[in-house]
Ligand binder design. Structure first.
Ligand code: GDP
Length: 138
């Protein structure tokens, strides 16, 4: 079991000014931020990041949305980080997300759902390395 996961604060939450509140929730839940940057994905980069979803009907919408404005990318550390972070963010669709989760509080739809969280230890490493060089991971 790895102790790291990867997250993005997506363009919807960024443009609504929720970045600080979400980072505060992340720290308050016991995650240590070990890499952090604000950036703006090009369509091409967003497409690469979500290549695993290329055959899904919502892929075009997802790529448009994720390249529509700035995001904050971060690598987080905590025991059992992947599962613990999925618990903190809540279900993909905010309508199904548990009370107190980031998506319940800040997401507006299944597409524009405020945050990303890795779904496995393996993907956490791939996704973290997509945004951060080893020199930027502490
Ligand atoms: P996650 O692991 O909870 O983020 O969910 P998935 O891996 O299933 O999907 C990745 C991302 O694609 C989600 O976080 C949403 O931003 C987006 N997405 C998933 N399902 C839909 C959908 O039905 N419509 C749209 N527009 N976007 C979706």
């Amino acid at each position: 079991m790895s102790n790291r996961t990867f997250t993005m604060i997506k363009p919807d939450a960024t443009s609504k000014g929720h970045t600080g509140a979400i980072l505060q929730m992340i720290n308050a839940t016991g995650f240590r931020i070990v890499a952090l940057k604000m950036t703006h994905l090009s369509e091409q980069k967003a497409g690469e990041f979500y290549a695993v979803h290329a055959q899904r009907p919502f892929y075009g919408e997802l790529v448009n949305f994720m390249s529509s404005g700035p995001i904050t990318a971060a690598i987080l550390e905590k025991e059992n980080a992947v599962a613990e972070f999925r618990k903190l963010i809540g279900a993909t669709n905010p309508a199904d997300a548990a009370e107190g989760t980031i998506r319940k509080l800040y997401a507006s739809s299944i597409g524009e759902n405020a945050v990303h969280g890795s779904d496995s230890d393996e993907n956490a490493v791939i996704e973290g390395d997509f945004f951060f060089s080893k020199l930027e991971q502490f």
